[in-house]
Design a protein around this ligand. Structure first.
Ligand code: TIU
Length: 731
């Protein structure tokens, strides 16, 4: 087995108390509170008696630092201090302490009162925003914080971990206040921080600033490092050029589309001047050609004219190629259970079709980031199934072989990405629908922790267990789409806020030389085909050679939790979202396998007592699974399973559709029942002949799924990414 080594660039600069080394891929620039209220005349800072000349000194150096960091491709995070208009997030300690001082002559106006730049430190006011020179570009993270520190009651820890950031270069105002507090907070969470001397300033004389910076690096680096700007600029400069991202004006002749549909690939191509119209033209030739290979991918395909029109509109809207939104011109598809305003949502079930007047939240979010909508894809009826063989719109097949199933229910999603017709796809996953088809088409299928991405505007399959899934070409792209689409939606009754108890950052960075992983016991793996078993054994060896320690776990909650999905009463929830009597009235219009499945559910005559027993069992197994993923010495970081135990031919599934389907879910069913997150990742291919026992030519893809506890997405994705990277061609 040849493993690709982690060759990511590590930069080292002179600093106090000793050299600061940072891995580029894991480093963000943090620009703190460069707001008009702190930096401009008549703002909050000046009103409190701050010396503006002193604080403005860092604007020029911070601009240089920001531009160099952008050219080098660092993640950029801006913060803004301020409060909601009713000040309910501002404690009285902050509101009145200074003004209440007996000798107060300085604090004439307090937070929320009206100054010349608007209400002081209130979100949405002119003074609250970042100064023009340092305005954030689309795609950069902006954190609104109510405190002096950046981590109190904000999503920053979650957002940094989600991007696998472990190192921070810190700048901004004021040195003595928010800059120092944020570094101390970050330090407690495990970040390596380096403050940049010239890129921070305060309202006091230099001795104050020196003392603050000294306190950060004293005692051999108690809180972090402090460096000068120039060595950092010198170190970043060649990286900007090497990445070819410094050209802000596109060349005269826009480049051709090179065929790379990955999001990062397209971002680079668009920056260099590729036209989204050129991309759309090429794509439509491919889509037309693929219709001959597989006519069942699309339920609705946008007309080429519409897409060219949308591409032209995008090009006109975003004429500055150095300030493109992250999904500018990135083509995507959606499962036809996800609403797009004005188009029918069929859920592959014509009697249920309706034309929504608003789009699903998740769709709107990717459109707002510049993505290019191509069409709505086929699925197993009512998003119920894992085979891709249960749709009145035809049976899709694996992009690897026309006789083999694509998997479902997000069948068209996975095929549209696997056949290179789009860059990513928005799918759903209840029993494994986002993972199994990804596995059968050699792409990544990521199901974040349920509730992180809004499910509003999606036709439910089993509402309390439904989850948005992202189909993508690689783990990084899946992570990018996740970060652009997540967000607490108070209109979604199953939504979860991003902020929760969080672990420190070690698990997602280069510090993590080792990790603990667990697998199902041998008896559970017996369900796999011979070749799936062989490749799963290879996966275990590969993970061990990447620093993974195989850690025994209690498999029972995963086994039992999975069984609850179809053997218990949860399957009845599939009828709960439909109008009363709908099933009986529409049975003759439904797919025969769905009718058979639902008939079996109805025939069980489950009682309310059964349902409550299942809810209690679900809670018990969820708690037991939580323990498996605990941070303690006996806990594991990730559970690794074959995405599917076997890859059936279409005719095999048609012969015995319910049983074959159920086997496919052996390692996915527990995912949403136990509130896990999971990502299916390609894990090599195998000769078709080895599975079929014949001399047939060709290969099929193998896939493994990395599962973690609720909200452990960031660490699960990072282990998955390292696994994926180990397959990359040696460079
Ligand atoms: N951003 C920041 O430092 N906020 C402050 O209130 N600073 C003061 O120095 N007062």
């Amino acid at each position: 087995m040849t493993l690709k080594k982690d060759t990511s660039t590590v930069v080292s600069i002179d600093a106090k108390p000793y050299a600061f080394s940072f891995p580029l891929k894991h480093t963000a620039l943090l620009v703190i509170d460069m707001q008009r209220d702190f930096l401009l005349a008549k703002g909050f800072g000046e009103i409190q008696g701050g010396n503006l000349a002193d604080v403005q000194a860092s604007i020029g150096p911070t601009k240089k630092l920001l531009e160099a960091s952008r050219r080098a491709g660092l993640t950029i995070v801006h913060t803004r201090e301020g409060h909601v208009p009713d000040l309910s997030d501002c404690p009285s300690s902050k509101l009145v302490r200074q003004a209440a001082a007996p000798d107060n002559t300085q604090h004439k106006l307090t937070i929320g009162e009206r100054g010349e730049l608007g209400r002081l430190l209130v979100r949405g006011e002119y003074g609250h925003d970042i100064i023009d020179e340092l305005r954030p570009l689309p795609g950069e993270v902006v954190i609104d914080k109510p405190g002096k520190g950046t981590f109190w009651n904000t999503t920053i820890l979650h957002k940094l971990k989600a991007r696998a950031i472990t190192h921070l270069i810190v700048s901004g105002v004021t040195t003595e206040c928010c800059f120092a507090t944020s570094i101390r907070e970050a330090n407690d969470r495990g970040f390596e921080c380096c403050g940049i001397e010239e890129a921070t300033s305060g309202y006091n004389d230099n001795s104050f600033k020196c003392a603050t910076l000294d306190m950060i690096h004293w005692s051999q680096g108690l809180f972090g490092f402090i460096a000068s700007l120039q060595p950092l600029l010198d170190a970043l400069e060649p990286l900007g050029n090497a990445r070819g991202s410094s050209a802000s004006t596109p060349p005269q002749t826009p480049p051709d589309f090179d065929g790379d549909l990955s999001i990062t690939g397209l971002q680079k191509a668009y920056k260099k001047g590729l036209s989204p119209v050129t991309l759309a033209e090429t794509l439509y030739s491919k889509i037309e050609a693929y219709k001959k290979v597989d006519p069942a991918v699309w339920i609705h395909l946008e007309s080429k004219e519409n897409v060219l029109e949308a591409a032209k509109a995008l090009a006109a809207k975003y004429s500055n190629r150095s300030a493109l939104p992250p999904l500018f011109g990135v083509p995507f598809s959606v499962k036809d259970s996800i609403d797009v305003a004005g188009l029918p949502t069929t859920t592959a079930c014509p009697p249920l079709a309706h034309i929504p007047s608003a789009s699903a939240v998740v769709y709107d979010k990717v459109i707002a980031e510049g993505a290019l909508f191509i069409g709505k894809t086929n699925l197993d009826q009512l998003a119920t199934g894992l085979t891709g063989c249960r749709s009145p719109y035809g049976i899709t097949h694996s992009v690897f072989n026309k006789d083999y199933i694509s998997g479902g229910s997000s069948s068209g999603n996975a095929v549209s990405v696997g056949a290179n017709l789009v860059s990513f796809s928005l799918a759903t996953d209840t029993a494994g629908s986002g993972r199994v088809p990804a596995g059968f088409n050699g792409v990544v299928g990521y199901k974040p922790t349920r509730g992180l991405i809004s499910f509003r505007g999606v036709t439910p399959a089993c509402l309390s267990l439904d989850c948005i899934a992202i189909t993508a070409k690689n783990v990084s792209d899946a992570r990018t789409v996740w970060q652009l689409t997540e967000g607490y939606d108070e209109e979604d009754s199953y939504a979860k806020p991003e902020i929760a108890y969080e672990r420190h950052v070690n698990s997602i960075g280069p510090q993590a030389r080792s990790f603990k992983f667990s697998i199902p016991p041998a008896e559970a793996l017996d369900i796999c085909s011979h070749v799936h078993r062989r490749l799963f054994n290879e996966t275990v060896k590969r993970l061990q050679s990447l620093g993974g320690t195989l850690t025994p776990i209690n498999w029972t909650p995963f086994q039992k939790g999975g069984e609850l999905l179809y053997d218990g009463t949860f399957v009845s929830e599939r009828l709960a979202s439909l109008p009363d009597g709908w099933f009986a009235k529409n049975r003759m219009h439904l797919h025969p396998v769905i009718v058979e499945l639902m008939d079996r559910v109805v025939a069980r005559n489950s009682s309310a007592i059964d349902a409550y027993r299942d809810l209690q069992a679900k809670a018990l197994y969820t708690r037991q699974a939580d323990k498996v993923f605990s941070q303690s010495a006996v806990g594991t970081d990730v559970l690794v399973v074959p995405t599917a135990p076997n890859h059936w031919r279409i005719d095999e599934v048609l012969e015995d559709p319910i049983k074959k389907n159920s086997i496919l879910g052996e390692f996915t069913h527990c995912g949403n029942v136990l509130d896990l997150c999971g990502v299916a990742v390609p894990a090599g291919t195998y000769p078709l002949a080895e599975l079929a026992g014949t001399k047939e030519e060709g290969v099929l893809p193998f896939s493994v799924t990395f599962l973690g506890g609720s909200r452990m997405d960031a660490s699960v994705l990072e282990i998955a990414r390292r696994f994926e990277e180990s397959f990359a061609p040696l460079s």
